[in-house]
Write a protein that binds this ligand. Structure first.
Ligand code: KG4
Ligand code: ZN
Length: 341
């Protein structure tokens, strides 16, 4: 079985071809970072228009790179949500229409299921069940994963997502969009211990997160301490440590609560090396294992959508002729794959 995957939920056009036996045959990624940089964040209408320009040329390139034609494709998977509605509509319209024209099944994929399954693209894949920490620009979720489609959300952010908090704090520090990786770089020059940010919602029981207060804490620190280069780096480090510590505390709590020993970390923030180092120490101390996608598949990409689409198609989950775009789509609404086989 060979699947064409299309990702257009935010500011990256990702296309990939995944073969059940041979694995990933090709993948193409076009990032809109430069397009949005002048505005300091994603401008939804510009994102949609750019996906219109890039999706079909990238599909052609992905097919050529995989040395295959439409006749070799068994299904077309596209991100149907959650995400920016206009951006989602582009991928969904193109995916659904191509599937109709080529007479293939169309598969609507949940973006966060794509992130959650991205470590399955690696050689070192986790077995079910596991705990998933999904930390992206739009979502922060702790999910108990029994199997594909068997998801129980144990905790989520009640305000800003982890990546969003990184981006907003980076902006306060004068860094360009997208600020997450830039803030992480700046933190490398920071002096540990000069500032200590709070670890939100860690003293009360529960697995939800709240990151918006950290951004305010950063703003207040900048106001009182000034904004010279060293202070900026020290704030970046204190902020990053607070996010990572908070996330690690909640992971530990969730692993204890569920008795799980395997942790999967995915979504853009999982590319953060300090986060990885701290979670490695945590899992070592608990005698467990942690799994990640490779760096380029931490952030949005077509490969994870092709992979998730293949699992869904194998279970007989594909769409009728309607074009679906669901800006809000709870992960727990997904059907179990195991129950459908
Ligand atoms: O998963 P993703 O590509 O898009 C969404 O689905 O939202 O995640 C993008 C987010 C952005 O907020 C970006 O700043 C953050 O991931 N990010 C990072 C790092 N790389 C990406 N945050 C912290 N450290 C990084 N190294
Ligand atoms: Zn994403």
């Amino acid at each position: 079985m060979r699947i064409l995957g299309i990702e257009t939920s935010c500011d990256e056009t990702g296309i990939a071809i995944y073969d059940e036996q041979l694995g990933l045959l090709s993948h193409q990624l076009y990032s809109q970072v430069e397009l949005h940089a002048d505005y300091g964040g994603v401008v939804p209408e510009l994102a949609s228009r750019d996906h219109v320009r890039k999706t079909i040329p990238l599909i052609k390139e992905a097919l050529a790179a995989a040395h295959c034609t439409k006749d070799d494709i068994d299904g077309i998977a596209f991100t149907a949500g959650p995400g920016l509605v206009g951006a989602l509509l582009v991928g969904s319209c193109i995916g659904r229409s191509l599937a109709f024209a080529w007479n293939k099944p169309a598969i609507a994929v949940h973006h966060m299921e794509g992130h959650l399954l991205a470590p399955m693209l690696e050689e070192n894949r986790p077995e079910f069940p596991f705990l998933a920490l999904l930390v992206s620009g739009g979502h922060t979720l702790l999910v108990e994963v029994d199997d594909i489609g068997e998801y129980k959300v144990l905790g989520e952010s009640i305000d800003d997502a982890a990546g969003e908090a990184f981006d907003k704090t980076a902006k306060l520090l004068g860094l360009d969009y997208p600020g997450g990786p830039r803030l992480a770089k700046l933190a490398e020059n920071g002096v540990a211990g000069r500032f200590v940010f709070p670890r939100p919602m860690t003293t009360k029981p529960g697995l939800d997160f709240s990151f918006s207060g950290l951004k305010t804490f950063a703003a207040n620190t900048i106001r009182s301490e000034g904004n010279d280069a060293q202070t900026q780096a020290d704030i970046a480090l204190a902020f990053q440590d607070a996010v990572i510590d908070t996330v690690a505390i909640k992971c530990k709590r969730a692993l204890k609560q569920t008795g799980l020993k395997r942790l999967v970390v995915a979504g853009g923030v999982s590319a953060n090396q300090s986060l990885r180092a701290q979670l490695a120490i945590l899992m070592q101390s608990l005698g467990g294992q942690v799994f990640y996608p490779r760096n380029e598949f931490c952030t949005d990409n077509g490969a994870m959508i092709a992979y998730a689409g293949m699992q869904r198609l194998k279970a007989g989950h594909f769409q009728d002729l309607a074009i679906e775009a669901k800006p809000r789509w709870p992960l727990e609404q997904l059907l179990s794959v195991k129950d459908s086989l």
